[in-house]
Design a protein around this ligand. Structure first.
Ligand code: UDX
Length: 430
């Protein structure tokens, strides 16, 4: 059992805190956002993540997990401090590390016994050494400390499962003592541990996330060729995926990747490379293909409906992927804005994310269910592959639509079956 403090109770911080408590540690999650912390104390989660609420509840009740806005008390008690604050993207693409620096200063000024400070936020390479420098500079009580890079690979929607069942754990560390403590902390997870220096650990995170984005853009590029030659991208992905060197995962063609991490990490990695004098052209093309996928949806609608001005378009799915209410960098927002720019009227439905889009979208009609979206619409566009959409009563949908047009941005239906049902149907790459 270790005493742990997690600074920053966002997605990564809260899941990390709850899971480390679940593993038997005593964890205090800290955040400056008073409302968030007050909510958490009452059992209200600041975002939706399957299984999180129950896990938080369980560990608060057994006394292993607590919440605070006070950095002093939480850092003082802790042996290990995880930095999980946000690293938003600047205009230039690079990560904004102001919060990481500020938190490092606050930790340094507070700590009065030896600490292990772990960076878990996704940060550019060399951040670890900046944290170290900052802490040294502000180390009021002159205590021993170690900085560790321990990037997190959890995905939203499956974050708890991913934390508890990682493919690997990456630990960038400088001292053997700290390496042993970190190994012991993660021992219950029974996963391979990559023990390395801080810079390598930091780079593993960027290299991995960018590779995932690259895989998605690659299959999307293939999808575009499939459409021209009459091939089926799902079969192509299957055929490629059986090759163990390639693997089937992250080869789902669609409207492109969204979410806070992949887009931000690709931009940041391009900037990191640029700063050290390398033009990461490959990743710039990855971004370009991703933008292209979003525009393709509008093009497909134009092909099916001719002019979009005055047409009513129904959108199913707003979150950047299923099982989350997160709409940051979601393809839906971009696509809806493009359609509105062409004069289309937009109706939307999402099982979880409608509240979160209200600040990004204007003049959109929010519906109670998919059928209300279909009613009187000239076309339906599927942007997120929620299970609810896979089980739609399609004959009812067809009756409700003004024109039986479906653009399936996630390939949840089969073209032949949809045509047999009388739809004008377009998937991606089929
Ligand atoms: C990602 C990384 O997977 C995770 O390791 C890291 O810690 C955070 O960033 P996340 O953003 O939660 O996780 O979601 P992910 O499941 O990776 O999906 C990202 C986007 O790619 C989604 O918009 C998804 O729809 C899209 N995607 C994914 C595809 O378009 N095709 C695929 O085959 C896979």
């Amino acid at each position: 059992m270790r005493n742990i403090c997690v600074v920053g109770s966002g997605h990564v911080g809260l899941v990390t805190g709850a899971c480390l408590a679940e593993l038997g540690n005593k964890v205090i999650c800290m955040d400056d956002d008073f409302r968030k912390i007050e909510g958490l104390k009452k059992g209200i989660m600041p975002f939706y993540e399957p299984g999180l609420e129950e896990m938080v509840y369980r560990n608060v009740n057994n006394g292993r997990l607590s919440f605070t806005t006070g950095i002093k008390e939480s850092v003082k008690q802790a042996e290990i401090v995880f930095i999980c604050v946000g690293t938003p993207q600047r205009q230039s693409g690079e990560a904004d590390l102001a919060s990481v620096e500020a938190v490092s200063q606050r930790i340094a000024k507070t700590m009065d016994n030896s600490k292990i400070i772990v960076e878990k936020s996704t940060v550019p390479v060399k951040t670890g050494s900046w944290i170290k420098r900052t802490i040294k500079l502000n180390n009021t009580h002159n205590v021993d400390f170690d900085v560790v890079s321990n990037p997190e690979f959890m995905r939203e929607g499956t974050a708890i499962h991913d934390f508890m069942n990682p493919d690997r754990i990456v630990i960038g560390v400088e001292s053997e003592r700290t390496a042993n403590i970190m190994t012991e902390l993660y021992k219950p997870l029974n996963a391979p541990i990559i023990m390395t220096n801080i810079e390598t650990a930091e780079l593993i995170k960027h290299a991995s996330n960018s590779f995932l984005a690259l895989k998605i853009s690659y299959i999307n590029a293939i999808a575009n060729i499939c459409e021209k030659v009459g091939a089926d991208v799902i079969k192509v992905a299957e055929g490629m995926g059986f090759d163990k060197r390639i693997g089937r995962e992250f080869l789902n063609a669609g409207v492109g990747y969204g979410g806070f991490c992949l887009a931000k990490d690709v931009s940041a990695f391009i900037k990191i490379a640029e700063d050290v004098g390398y033009d990461f052209e490959l990743l710039r093309v990855v971004q370009k293909i991703n933008d292209f996928q979003r525009r393709q949806i509008v093009k497909k609608l134009r092909e099916a409906l001719w002019n979009l001005s005055g047409k009513s378009i129904g959108i199913l799915g707003l979150s950047f992927k299923p099982n989350t209410d997160d709409v940051r960098e979601a393809p839906s927002i971009d696509i809806i804005k493009q359609l509105q720019a062409e004069g289309a009227n937009i109706k939307v439905y999402d099982p979880r994310a409608m509240n979160k889009t209200k600040e990004f979208l204007q003049n959109v009609a929010y519906c109670q269910n998919p059928y209300q979206v279909a009613e009187g619409s000239d076309a339906l566009v599927i942007i997120t592959e929620w299970d609810e959409f896979k089980n739609l009563d399609l004959s009812k949908v067809k009756q409700l639509l003004r024109q039986p047009v479906i653009i399936d941005g996630r390939n949840i239906f089969h073209p032949t079956e949809m045509k047999a049902l009388g739809f004008t149907y377009q998937g991606i790459g089929r």
